[in-house]
Write a protein that binds this ligand. Structure first.
Ligand SMILES: Cc1ncc(C[n+]2csc(CCOP(=O)(O)OP(=O)(O)O)c2C)c(N)n1
Length: 239
């Protein structure tokens, strides 16, 4: 398992070292709303505030931490007030408005570097997809809600409308691009399918120099299973 948000205190440490080296730069680090419920988030914010580290915290508040809705995570007014509570300049922006996000991040970066201090940006959005391939988000939220955000509040459609209204894009250009990307994708899939697959052993050999007993046991079990059910194992993957 990858522990969420352990990178935040590390980002502050790196930002502090940039400051000590008088570099004309800042660190940008990201978290979801779920990550802000971790202790590391609070340690990082406080540490950055007192050291005046040039770091931009970008929090994508999309309403859900896997299946946990924000109302079950905190009772504060989102994330932006938490930054302010730690004495950090904090900006809330409509995360589904590309141009607004661009200008907020631009301003945050300028501020972090020129004023040598942390800035937090909370981008309000919604996660229309599942959290991961093992997640089925229709189990914990209404399908109507997902469809509403996907169709009515879609940031890509919104940006596209703006680009089209400026005469930089059109329906024809869109379908031309889609067709050409589709062709490229189909070609890439064909190439990938013809490429020799990595051997089974690679599943177990790419992390440890010396394989621990539990991995050796897993490999043994897998090989035995394949031996017993060869019809269920793809013939083009070397054993
Ligand atoms: C320290 C730790 N606790 C729990 C988990 C399990 N976990 C993985 S992702 C996640 C939620 C993350 O929420 P968010 O950052 O809002 O992501 P989103 O659901 O928007 O994709 C949790 C609890 C983890 N990876 N690490």
């Amino acid at each position: 398992m990858l522990p969420v948000r352990t990178q935040l205190p590390q980002a502050v440490g790196i930002a502090y070292s940039l400051k000590m080296d008088k570099k004309d730069a800042c660190v940008v680090t990201y978290t979801g709303d779920g990550g802000t419920s971790e202790g590391d988030f609070h340690a990082a914010l406080n540490f950055s505030a007192v050291t005046e580290a040039p770091v931009v915290f970008i929090c994508r508040n999309n309403g859900w931490a896997i299946s946990t809705h924000i109302s079950e995570q905190f009772r504060s007014d989102g994330i932006v007030v938490r930054g302010r509570a730690y004495g950090i300049r904090s900006i809330r922006v409509d995360g589904n408005d590309v141009l607004a996000v661009y200008s907020a991040i631009h301003a945050a970066r300028e501020m972090a570097i020129s004023e040598q201090r942390p800035v937090l940006v909370e981008a309000l959005s919604y996660r229309v997809g599942h959290h991961s391939t093992s997640d089925d988000s229709t189990k914990y939220r209404p399908v109507d809600e997902i469809v509403y955000w996907k169709m009515e509040r879609n940031p890509v459609n919104r940006f596209r409308k703006w680009v089209e209204r400026n005469g930089w894009w059109s329906e024809e250009k869109e379908s031309e691009l889609r067709n050409s990307v589709k062709k490229q994708l189909l070609q890439a899939i064909q190439v990938a399918e013809q490429t020799e697959k990595p051997p089974l052993e690679d599943l177990f050999s790419d992390v440890y120099d010396i394989r621990p007993p539990n991995l050796r046991e897993q490999e043994k079990q897998l090989r035995e299973t394949i031996y017993r059910h060869p019809q269920d194992y793809p013939s083009h993957v070397p054993l």
